[in-house]
Design a protein around this ligand. Sequence first.
Ligand SMILES: O=c1ccn([C@@H]2O[C@H](COP(=O)(O)OP(=O)(O)O[C@H]3OC[C@@H](O)[C@H](O)[C@H]3O)[C@@H](O)[C@H]2O)c(=O)[nH]1
Length: 259
Amino acid sequence: MASELIYRGHENENQPQATNFDLPKPSKPWLSITHFIRYILRENRLVFVLIGMAIATIFFTFLPSSSTTYPLHPYRNYESLSDSYFPSEKTQVTTRVNYNGFKANVNLGGKIPLGLKRKGLRIVVTGGAGFVGSHLVDRLMARGDSVIVVDNFFTGRKENVMHHFGNPRFELIRHDVVEPLLLEVDQIYHLACPASPVHYKFNPVKTIKTNVVGTLNMLGLAKRIGARFLLTSTSEVYGDPLQHPQVETYWGNVNPIGK
Ligand SMILES: O=c1ccn([C@@H]2O[C@H](COP(=O)(O)OP(=O)(O)O[C@H]3OC[C@@H](O)[C@H](O)[C@H]3O)[C@@H](O)[C@H]2O)c(=O)[nH]1
């Protein structure tokens, strides 16, 4: 061992002298480059590389960008909604207008090559156990987002979202939005409110609290964590409309002091 250490550290006269043949050759970087060029030029390799690049270019240029079809209401202009409803970039403005049919092709994120998944968002859906909410949750889960449902089950049912139990991207919290709540998410869809007359008239003061305090709480949360916010409202805001169907630009026909 000791002799080995000595041998490593110093020239040992007993050891045979290294010949020119044994010495490592000085590296010549230009040599490896010429080797590489020769290698590429042999056996039509360059041609195959160029063909591969051409096929890839054609594939990514002419392939339709990833798009999802959303069922949309035929009578609404979704321009204002699309910011929160569809996680598209500002550059996708063209997809926000002219939804004239029951369905529209909405581009979700530019030209994402097939196989590359978009990053899932973290989303809270209040009232997510209700009719509209649970269908929204299904859609969000299907597109790969992580969803937290916040619901006090006043009218909603656990059964509406039970099929997501066990999915690591899904959470269900029994909570009344009238009480503050702290969560870390990217988007908030606020649907928690009794929707039908029989329910919202059941306890009118509580309904007002849900609408006012509940919405304030969720807006406060959105502001605090920088989340985007969607508030679902009701067609009642149009009063007794003179125009059917009502487009978003219609201001309604409301008598604020009538019934
Ligand atoms: O205080 C409340 C009241 C209600 N909720 C929940 O909110 C959900 C409301 O869903 P419902 O199935 O009753 O009603 P809908 O899905 O039809 O209403 C939906 O469309 C109309 C909008 O005004 C509502 O806000 C929206 O939820 C229920 O899951 C209910 O339990 C709360 O979480 N907190």
